[in-house]
Every structure is written in C-alpha cells, then in structure tokens.
Design a protein around this ligand. Sequence first.
Ligand SMILES: Nc1ncnc2c1ncn2[C@@H]1O[C@H](COP(=O)(O)OP(=O)(O)OP(=O)(O)O)[C@@H](O)[C@H]1O
Length: 254
Amino acid sequence: MTEVVTTTNEPAVRADNVWKVYGSGAAEVTALRDVSVELARGRFTAVMGPSGSGKSTLMHCLAGLDTVTRGETRIGATRVTGLRDAELTRLRREQIGFIFQQFNLLPTLTARENILLPLAIAGRRPEPDWFDTVVGTVDLRDRLGHRPDQLSGGQQQRVACARALITRPQVVFADEPTGNLDSRSGADVLGFLSRSVREFGRTIVMVTHDPTAAAYADRVIFLADGTVVEDLAAPTTDAVLETMKRLDTQGAAR
Ligand SMILES: Nc1ncnc2c1ncn2[C@@H]1O[C@H](COP(=O)(O)OP(=O)(O)OP(=O)(O)O)[C@@H](O)[C@H]1O
C-alpha cells in the first residue's frame, strides 16, 4: 500500500459535535458531551483530565474502536462514523497505529515478529530501510530475537512503538503509553514519540495523567465531565500542572 499523501490543510483527526452515551435509563452515563476537536497533521497532542472525564472514550471514538452516539469523527478525509465493519478494519489496519499501557505484544513472537505483525496481517511487504530506521530509533537492534518475557517493560513498550509505526499510519493513538514504566524508560518512549513527529512527520494522540509526559506534546487538550475545558499550546510541565490545579479548583466549586 502506498502512503496517504494529502496536500490540503485537512486535519489528521477530527471530531464534530460528538456525544457518547453508555447504557440507558438509570444506568445511563454521558461520557462525551458535544466534543469538537481538530488535530493537525504532524503534531503531537496529549489528552488529559481527571479519571472518568472521557479521555479513553474520546480516543476510542476517534480511532474507530467505539461508535459515537451523535456527531461524527474523521481520520484524514475518511468519515469514520457510519463505516461498515470491513471498512473500519481496513482503516484501522492501514491508517492507524495503537500503543497501549499494557504493551499488548504477542508473547510467543520475537520482537522482530511483533514489530512486523501489522504488515503480515495486511499482506504487505516490509520496507527494509524503514524497518531499520524505526528499529534504530527505538534502539532495539540487539534485541530483535528476544520474546517479550525476555525484555524489560521499557523495551517491550519500544517494540510496541515500533509496531505502531511500521505501517506508516496517518495517526498513532497512545493510551497511557508510559503508565507502566519507570521515569527513565518513560522518557525513552516519549523521546521516541516526539522524534517520530519531528523527524518522520507522524501525528500522535496520547492520553496521559502525567504532566511531564504531556509536556512532550505540542498541545494539550483537557477534558472534564466529557467536554473540552482547556486547550494549551506549547505546554511546559509547570503550565500543565497549573492548568490541572485551576481545573481542579473550578471542578470542586461546581
Ligand atoms: N463501556 C462502558 N459502559 C458504561 N460506562 C462506561 C463505559 N466506558 C466508560 N464508561 C464511563 O464513561 C465515563 C468516561 O470514561 P473514560 O474511560 O473515557 O474516562 P477516562 O477519562 O479515560 O478515565 P481514566 O483516566 O480513569 O481512564 C466514565 O464515567 C465511565 O465510567
């Protein structure tokens, strides 16, 4: 498959007036209320907010892992809302990469096989140069024959990062990618994610609770009670902490 090349300023990811309601009657929970966001191409965006504010729900709706109740989402020019299952599977396979908190590597496969798995599933041939670039950037050249249980948590997450990028997806969604890592391994993973944005022009959306992690991003979107309550450009750790404190106070006052 050839890479999607777009010449317009169309955002990489977009949500228009998205609502997500789980359950019904007494068990009804409104996880997203009228959320509209545009995430530019080649940018690193962090999504923050208190537990239960809707971060994972937003990411799952944007990535086509969950359906929206109202509104619509797009990946590039593709309207995700309303796609049939087979089209959604193809979109996720060809245009989206995922990184999870728990790594989600296949235990019986080596690091090399795990990284190449998305290409194998899509029936695509690996590009040796790109494989080499990605593996070199995550610093795993001497661990490619190891299985996940022979790797540290940080190395496993770097395998997962390489796996997410190997297909050259339009967007990589990362859900708490450093949540299970010590600060040193977390910094390695975040460094890799920002390099993939700056050097390879990738688009990354990352859910995180960690202000230091969020400061690696170009922009931080804050959610509270299912709505976007703050949008911070060029964040520093201090600015993120300050915003969190202010939103906490406002939340407590409500
Ligand atoms: N499958 C589901 N069924 C019912 N309610 C759900 C479901 N998934 C999420 N919710 C509810 O939707 C709201 C938003 O949840 P979500 O997981 O998106 O929050 P979050 O900000 O990612 O939280 P955390 O930081 O704890 O992971 C919560 O009130 C949650 O209980």
